[in-house]
Design a protein around this ligand. Structure first.
Ligand code: PEP
Ligand code: CO
Length: 447
């Protein structure tokens, strides 16, 4: 195969912006190409090792974060709260689910969005759609909607500073298991979930005290005070991904150094098109989103293209069919796939197949989200497949974007704090609630 990091340019491609000034675009891409990689290939290999455990049924993958990161909501508190949220959910899954958890954020690069329409219309005015902050502006205004390549640089630097803080949190003390009480976000403290969480933290503190008495402590056991949090995003804007793609000097292999893991979205996964071609040449672990219309043979073909040597821990099939369809479609797909002997990680994205309109808002019902997760675990169990992970859109903030959950957000209350730039996210309460429910399912799946 004649693959280079530029060869995707010879293939049909979907969901790309048109930049009005090609010279400016090329200047910026040249500049990006010279900037340091955001992640190091060694870290990416560590992620693949961790995911190998998932593919063997020995660990569970938790992937989550914003639908779209934004320049405006960028700040230390948001990053800290997302970090705490991931840790909280992971500890619930580890403790209540009895399973090690691989943690991957949709963060530090999740800026480009595929859109169902190229144009948006409001009060009779028609403008190009918003495609994510790395491409154009969210405001409904003609100038903002022009694709601006300078935004790639801003996204790059925002990703670098986000990663910097995440690495600091992961190794500098915030992730220390002794801090488990403090991962709780303040506004959660009032409700029932908080009590369940406190209960887990107390048991962990007791276990730590016991281990300390036996001579196991943070000085001799770094895993008690550090975590590995990896980054991921949809590899949608290929000029940007190309510019961050580098040859690793240790292994001579090619990595996309914009994130540890990349995925291809449901709208851009056609076999002979640019996105699949581009990802087929890089060594990172990767995902492909598959919706209700996918067939088993398409998944087999994607797997042959993206993971030709059938490596473990490399390819994640992210199922997003919707709670009303998954039970009809998935059993037969799993049956077919089981015959193929492919090394695949299967995870469930219960968000993107369950989006509905409520007045002017896009929303998702907590019960539908949970229902799709439940079906996924049940179908996997019936077909003898390991349910390897979840993929969620969530935030560490107290937003009102998805309805339902223990705090019972209604359609009327969506407007209170509807802040997403794209799809509705689980708020911190709902994400923690879901983690407890999933922990139960993971425990059963491990039995
Ligand atoms: C997303 O993950 O935000 C997304 C657009 O997903 P999908 O490709 O599954 O629609
Ligand atoms: Co989304």
């Amino acid at each position: 195969m004649n693959w280079t990091k530029k060869s995707w340019r010879n293939y049909p491609i979907k969901q790309q912006p048109v930049y009005p000034d090609e010279q400016e675009l090329n200047q910026i891409l040249n500049r990006l190409e010279k900037l340091p990689p955001l992640v190091f290939a060694g870290e990416v290999r560590n992620l693949q090792k961790a995911l190998t455990r998932v593919s063997r049924g020995e660990a569970f993958l938790l992937q989550g974060g914003d639908c779209a990161e934004s320049f405006e909501n960028f700040g230390a508190n948001n990053i800290r709260d997302m970090f705490k949220m991931l840790l909280q959910m992971a500890i619930v899954l580890t403790f209540a689910g009895g399973c090690p958890v691989v943690k991957i954020g949709r963060i530090a690069g999740q800026f480009a969005k595929p859109r169902s329409s190229d144009f948006e219309e409001l009060n009779g005015v028609k403008l190009p759609s918003y495609r994510g902050d790395i491409i154009n502006g969210f405001e409904f205004d003609e100038k903002a909607r022009i694709a601006n390549p300078q935004r790639m640089l801003e996204a790059y630097y925002q990703s670098a500073t986000t990663l910097n803080l995440l690495r600091g949190f992961a190794r500098g003390g915030l992730a220390d298991l002794h801090e488990v009480h403090r991962w709780n976000l303040d506004f959660l403290k009032k409700n029932e979930l908080h009590k369940q969480y406190i209960d887990i933290s107390e048991k962990i503190s007791q276990a730590l005290a016991f281990m300390e008495a036996c001579g196991i402590n943070t000085n001799n056991t770094p895993s008690l005070r550090e975590v590995a949090i990896y980054t991921s995003h949809e590899a949608l804007l290929l000029p940007y991904e190309e510019a961050l793609t580098r040859v690793d000097s240790l292994s001579d292999e090619i990595y996309d150094c914009s994130a540890h893991m990349l995925w291809i979205g449901e709208r851009t996964r056609a076999l002979n098109e640019a996105h699949v071609h581009f990802l087929s040449g890089i060594k990172n672990p990767m995902g492909v989103k598959v919706g209700p219309r996918v067939s088993a043979s398409e998944i087999v073909a994607l797997s042959r293209a993206l993971n030709p040597s059938n490596e473990e821990g490399r390819l994640n099939i992210i199922i997003r069919m919707g709670a009303d369809i998954i039970a009809q479609r998935l059993p037969e797909i799993f049956k077919e796939l089981k015959k193929e002997g492919l090394n695949l990680i299967y995870s469930i994205d219960p968000m993107h197949g369950n989006t509905v309109k409520a007045g002017n808002y896009k929303t998702r019902e907590f019960d539908k989200i949970m229902q799709e997760v439940r079906y996924f675990f049940e179908i996997a169990r019936a077909e003898g497949i390991y349910p390897g992970g979840v993929h969620l859109e969530m935030t560490g903030q107290d937003v009102t974007e998805c309805t339902g959950g223990a705090s019972n957000i209604t359609e009327e209350s969506l407007k209170k704090r509807y802040e997403t730039q794209c799809d509705p996210r689980l708020n911190a309460d709902q994400a923690l609630e879901l983690a407890f429910l999933i922990a139960d399912l993971v425990k059963k799946a491990k039995k």
